[in-house]
Design a protein around this ligand. Sequence first.
Ligand code: SF4
Length: 245
Amino acid sequence: MGTPLEISAPAPNSSPAVAAAAPRRAPDPPATAAPKSAPAFIPTIAAPSLFEEKIENDSLERIRDDIGPNCTRCKLHKGRTKIVFGVGNPKADLVFVGEGPGRDEDAQGEPFVGRAGKLLTQMIEAMGLRRQDVYICNVVKCRPPENRLPEKDEIATCSPYLLRQLGVIRPKVICCLGSCSAQTMLQTTEGISRFRGQWFDFRGSKLIATYHPAYLLRNPAAKGEVWKDLQKVMAVLGLETPKRK
Ligand code: SF4
């Protein structure tokens, strides 16, 4: 079956210049790199004590309040315009987790609204869902400067809020978009091509990692691999592939 994720490839790298030392977002390995073996780790979350402590009667509203409108807990606050909390169905069966807001998201305060976001919306619709049926959020809630990847200390500071969000929503499936998200959730440094498309248990949810839409914009040939991953998600959720007009 072909992939319905048809979107024209953009001009390469139209983002702002990147500092030499800062790795760009979604530096996923080539889609042709076949997984060699399952990663030798058990996905456990060590750092986020907020999740471990299990806050009674937690809610998305409470998490948002706890973050506050002017969070300065990590250095990402310095360059942000808006905190990007997350959006979608608070009772979603499916949650997409990206790495962090980009320029458009920072301006609008909503995750995945730029070009990569449009592709994610296409991916969701290809699954027979609407954007408002799922929940979409990121590992960090403020935009890393120059679209660099979030750094360790930033992830350690902000990811407990993500884990609380997931603890409240309790989705059937968590789909990590890109290396940063997958490595954070699975607490591993393995490259995503080692475990992309494999299932993991995560606190009662099933977790799968696939490539970030921004990576697909630069590497449209990888869309087929992502579509295979999404079809696995659809199978778990009992979704049928919509008939193409
Ligand atoms: S990224 Fe998270 S912890 Fe850091 S300033 Fe933003 S909301 Fe606060």
